[in-house]
Write a protein of this length. Structure first.
Length: 95
């Protein structure tokens, strides 16, 4: 009976370790869902509502993103320069 308990604990520990490693690999993947904003870096967008007090919203693809950058009027163009968590950082596009 003791050997069975040791075997069962070992199998459970290996299974848990493998699940943990798969989870960590997914978190560090460049294609992970929490890193989707990185694929938009360099993209030029037209601001429908503009940026007031340094923040605003923009629709890119099928998702609406919170954006942060300098104050800009509606209709101006902005380039995505970075990502801060789930917020896209933008800057003015030179005309």
């Amino acid at each position: 009976m003791t050997w069975f308990v040791i075997f069962a604990c070992s199998v459970f520990a290996l299974w848990g370790w493998r699940r943990y490693r798969e989870y960590q690999r997914e978190l560090n993947s460049p294609l992970a869902s929490h890193r989707q904003g990185h694929s938009h870096i360099g993209q030029v967008i037209v601001l429908e509502t503009g940026l007031q007090d340094g923040t605003g919203r923009a629709r890119i693809g099928n998702r609406e993103w919170v954006i942060r950058g300098p104050n800009m009027p509606p209709g101006s163009k902005a380039r995505v320069t970075g990502v801060d968590g789930t917020v896209l950082l933008v800057d003015r596009v030179a005309r």
